[in-house]
Design a protein around this ligand. Sequence first.
Ligand code: NAP
Ligand code: HSE
Length: 453
Amino acid sequence: MTIGIGLLGLGTVGAGVAGILGTPEGRHPLVAELELRRVAVRDLQRPRPVPLAADLLTTDPQAVVDDPSVDIVVEVMGGLEPARSLILRAIAAGKPVVTANKAVIARYGEEIAAAAAAAAQGVYVLLEAAVGGGIPIIEPLKQSLGANRIERVSGIINGTTNYILSRMAAEGADYGAVLADAQRLGYAEADPAADVQGGDAADKITILTALAYGGAVPRAAIPTEGIDRLDSRDVAYADKLGFVVKLLAVSQRIAGEGSGASTSAGSDSERSDGSTQWLDVHVHPTLVPRSHPLAGVNGVNNAILVEGDPVGQVMFYGPGAGAGPTASAVVADILNIAGIRQACGQAQGAGLDPLLAAGSWRQCRLVDSQHTSHRNYVRLRASDQPGVIGRIGSCFGDAGVSIQSIVQFEAAGEAAEIVVITHEVLEARFRQALEAIDALPEVQGVEACLRTL
Ligand code: NAP
Ligand code: HSE
């Protein structure tokens, strides 16, 4: 029995999905059962890379959701609205949804999950494409790793910035020119600020955090820094010191209660069963030692390292953006739903995703970043005169910051550029040391601070 697909969006990802549905030969036999019935776009005149009958297209996305011949709604239009309302409308109509929209899920995931769970027979909302492009990571976290206590999820989860950083490091390529290439290749968001300012990675780590630890965290409270202010000198110095710079997203379990936490997810009252989980979640450009597995992840590729008990370390690697990889994940979700519909019979409706049925089972709270510990890279400009390095070292020592290495690089004129790598230290102590260093008369300024693995 053919299953009707309604596509909201026919851009990079939508065209990739239409391309797979239009070429079922050699794929799973269920692909041939999927039929594109309506497609919403903004501009009917825009040339499309896939041949589609003109009467499939509409500029009214609600008409796609409401069309009785559409059984599964695929949201690949992006943005917050009308995407959120259309997803909720599909759920209200009992239609399963597949989405690649991490921005919506990171902000409205709880609302959407609650609506899906409350629908008459339950409704599937699947989102494999929202994180990691073609890499399977959502379903593994929901299912295959379900027995684990997750300790840490970290990785490179934005293809655009990894593509930019890789080409800057390998070719000394110009930032603006490489970003334009990433846009042309379909890797970047409609507004690429979401990529380069770290927001897209923050959306994705919000989603991974909820799945890994069983509770939502407030997207807006995640400390986020992108690569847009990264200085190519720091990429070059990192290289000299044996590191590569990557935009890393990290979500880490913090043992113990409180830990100076400041930010709550959801209600202020902690659950009385003691199931609150404290987390350090952040997105930062980070120096990664060349020997680390994430250092070799280049181009548009993403990699996500999941550390859990008892599994140990599991790494997921592959293309993190682009039409083909993302459409691969979207169509896999469609096939999951189609397979369940066929197994249960059309009359059974959509069924309920086991994850949604369980809901979030723990309250997660973010630790105040001042109370988190990291290694750091600092570049500062100082007068090139005897005793300066000693005084800088004393400022670190007085604040209780242990230095791993301190190196002086030549700079123009009388100045020297000094690069320090610290051992792991509490952020509050590190900031205290930087304040003291900034106040030294020989120091012209602390010019860059980056995290270090
Ligand atoms: P895109 O190329 O900008 O395509 C968006 C599509 O949606 C276009 O076809 C556009 O119509 C249509 N659209 C937007 N607003 C609409 C509205 N109000 N009414 C009707 N149609 C509307 O975006 P994309 O790169 O395919 O990304 C789509 C989603 O997938 C986003 O949520 C994105 O974050 C996510 N995603 C993208 C990638 C990737 O590699 N690109 C990877 C993973 C996830 P027109 O064509 O007429 O303008
Ligand atoms: N703009 C996103 C990226 C698309 O570059 O990773 C994939 O989510």
